[in-house]
Design a protein around this ligand. Structure first.
Ligand code: HEC
Length: 374
């Protein structure tokens, strides 16, 4: 049994409609609504419509968007993962403005769009019952309808009476359409069938296209550039090989320079470690543990070895060693020298270079100049 949705009364003139509204409204039978071919000035007041809350909603959500963006960026840049960029403080709010602007617009537009469609206009709502009415043709042309709509129930007889009393010429009772089921088995089957046909068609077209048309490799100039493969003969170099030996002294990326040549070659190596307190602490530790027994705590060659050792450890603070390059000292640690055994197996690269720094410090301590006191 379909319910009554509304009773429509048609008027010939907007003024007649405007006059009828307060009379019908006074009877308080249901929700009052008008349907007109064009907007009529003063209609919203006559119907007693509230101002739309949309503006306020947008304002609140926009401000919320700005605060969200600010808070999020502040948390990232100043709290969770502070990074100093270009010497600026991590919480430099000026940099947050573009994103705050974007998020403000995002929140505001989504609120306006979705709020209007879903909350205020109650969409999705396909097919308003009035669109099915006989009066619809007249309403979209030259007549003005006043409707008393069910809220939620409607006494159709009383509504007709009220509209006729208010001067409506034609009356029409609109039934509420029973809601149609959406997911019918027929609908599901048709949809699945359509998807299957589309897949087969796309596959067939793709297969045909690849079979019938030659495939052009993209950017072949990068594939076909002249280069020599490994083990390939090469007419350019005298030895006919395509692969070259690395230049002597080459160091792999990320590795410290190594003393591969003679002690003189090592002159060009420079100490990669910074002269920091930590470096000197490490150097002191290495020297005390590995060098002091022979070279003495001061590096002056008077260690705790007895004559049974049979050799004389060098006085590292002597002028000769002060004139050494860092690399030459490093070389001696790696390769050893005469009676001094190589220390390479015991010390990693960092420890060796730290020891070099420490030897430098010992040399300077034993040969301090006046300026060093300042
Ligand atoms: C087992 C004893 C011993 C130890 C340990 C030792 N050295 Fe020596 N070192 C010597 C002797 C002996 C010489 C002198 C070699 C020679 O006859 O020229 C020497 C020479 C040197 C020289 C001069 C090399 C040159 O070009 O003449 C340096 C620099 C040096 N040692 C640094 C160190 C450092 C740094 C350590 C610790 C990492 C160390 N040594 C550990 C015994 C030792």
């Amino acid at each position: 049994m379909p319910k009554t949705f509304a009773v429509l009364g048609l008027f010939d003139h907007p003024d007649a409609l405007m006059q009828a509204i307060p009379q019908v409204k006074a009877k308080n039978l249901g929700r009052i609504e008008t349907y007109t071919p064009y907007p009529i000035h003063g209609m919203d007041e006559a119907l007693g419509l509230r101002r739309s809350p949309l503006g306020g909603m947008v304002l609140v959500m926009g401000v919320l968007g700005a605060l969200t963006a600010f808070g999020f960026q502040y948390w990232i840049s100043a709290v969770d993962y502070p990074i100093v960029t270009g010497g600026k403080a991590p919480w430099s709010w000026e940099a947050f403005i573009p994103i705050m602007f974007e998020v403000t617009v995002l929140f505001a537009t989504f609120t306006a769009g979705l709020g209007m469609l879903l909350l205020l206009n109650k969409l999705p709502f396909f097919g308003h019952p009035v669109l099915q009415s006989k009066a619809m043709r007249a309403i979209t042309r030259d007549r003005f309808a006043l409707a008393i709509e069910a809220d939620p129930e409607l006494d159709a007889e009383a509504a007709r009476e009220a509209l006729r009393a208010a001067g409506a010429a034609d009356l029409e009772v609109l039934e509420q359409e029973p809601p149609k089921p959406f997911l019918t088995s027929d609908f599901v089957l048709r949809t699945l069938g359509a998807i299957a046909i589309a897949c087969v068609a796309a596959g067939a077209v793709m297969y045909g296209a690849i079979k019938l048309f030659p495939v052009l490799p993209p950017m072949s100039h990068m594939q076909d550039q002249p280069r020599l493969g490994p083990q390939q003969a090469n007419a350019f170099f005298a030895d006919g090989r395509s692969m070259r030996m690395p230049v002597s002294g080459t160091v792999a990326r990320g590795h410290l320079p190594a003393a591969t040549g003679t002690q003189d070659d090592a002159k060009t190596l420079s100490n990669p470690l910074p002269r920091t307190e930590a470096t000197f602490a490490l150097g002191k530790q290495v020297f005390t543990r590995r060098c002091a027994v022979c070279h003495g705590a001061l590096g002056n060659g008077t260690g705790s070895l007895t004559a049974a050792y049979g050799a004389k450890p060098a006085n590292l603070t002597a002028q000769m060693f002060r004139d050494y390059a860092d690399g030459q000292i490093y070389w001696a640690i790696v390769h050893g020298k005469n009676a001094m055994p190589s220390q390479a197996a015991e010390l990693d690269d960092k420890e060796r270079w730290a020891a070099v720094h420490y030897v430098r410090a010992l040399q300077r301590a034993q040969n301090a100049k006046d300026e060093d006191l300042r």
